[in-house]
Design a protein around this ligand. Sequence first.
Ligand code: V47
Ligand code: SF4
Length: 363
Amino acid sequence: MEAELRTIRDKVGAGRRLSEEDALALYRSRDLISVGEMADFANRRKNGDRVYFIVNRHINPTNICVNRCRFCAFSKTKGEPLAYTMTMEEVLRRAEEAQAQKATELHIVGGLHPDLPFDFYLAMLGTLRERFPSMHLQAFTAVEIDYFAKLTGLPLDEVIRRLKEAGLGSLPGGGAEIFAPEVRNRICPEKISGDRWLEVMEAVHAAGLRSNATMLYGHVETPESRVDHLRRLRELQDRTGGFQSFIPLAFHPKNTQIAKGYTTGLEDLLALAVARLYLDNFAHVKSFWIMVGPKLAQISLHFGVNDIDGTVVEERITHAAGAQAGQEMTVSELVTMIRQAGRVPVERDTLYRVVREWPEGSA
Ligand code: V47
Ligand code: SF4
């Protein structure tokens, strides 16, 4: 093992916090197995053998977006041929399907539409809550929450209060991308700053809602900017404790304005393992199998990951950018994948409460 890694291994073993230099050394290491072993150790100390998954359904009510980030193949400008906005009936039909499949969560994110009013989103949450009272509504990235504040002129905490009152249960982690301005300005110049993303999340946590955090990697960012991103997340988490899980998102280049190849298996596994080791105040590190593929998602369970997202059913954002994976995974496929990795599958709800466990030997 490299000398630098040995020092890091000692820290991990003693439960000591890693520095930014440590995280950088981990990203630069090619000793994948040693890094994975450390991440696996840190994960199992926290989560034992249990690996979570959720039965959920993604809904993207509109792809019309005024931001048009350079890495985004999903968004369209109003009037373009493939631009769409779902009617309430179309949203409800998807929610009904989710209910029939015993989903416990709807994951709802979309573009920043130039003329849908805030009331549209409040009505959507209200109707979903009324029709599906047991379904958790995980909706709107911090970018959308900021947009609602701009649209209405209301203060951030009032926007969040109204959404919560209408049925919002928690926030997904999207829109974080890479916080460092020199990278952010190149990949999504119109998007809110990293500082603002963190400010919105702080307000969300203060309102008593949990959220996730993400990092988009594999484009023009540097290892330093990734470490900076993780450092800012760890600092906010120290203050609020409101983040539930961290999900690294692998950049998919097709149909985007960023000329780059797909990420490799080594990059994907390192992104997950380094997050597990550096983000010592995050309980959960999640593989989004849609992005890394089901095979690597399974292997990642030995590289610090304790959560696989999810049944999903319909995925537009990564598939618009060339994702090769399917869009839906069944419960039995998820259970088999986790079991084969030698772990205990646990179906969770959004807040990580156990819905069902599959202990060894159970059917
Ligand atoms: O913010 C957009 C990413 C995010 C591309 O919180 C792309 O549990 C790769 O955040 N290649 C939205 N990624 C999705 C998201 C998410 C997904 C699953 C689970 C959770 C969670 C959150 O998708 C965007 C952006 O970072 N994205 N375009 C692309 N071409
Ligand atoms: Fe719009 Fe989000 Fe796509 Fe950026 S990533 S263009 S904000 S939908």
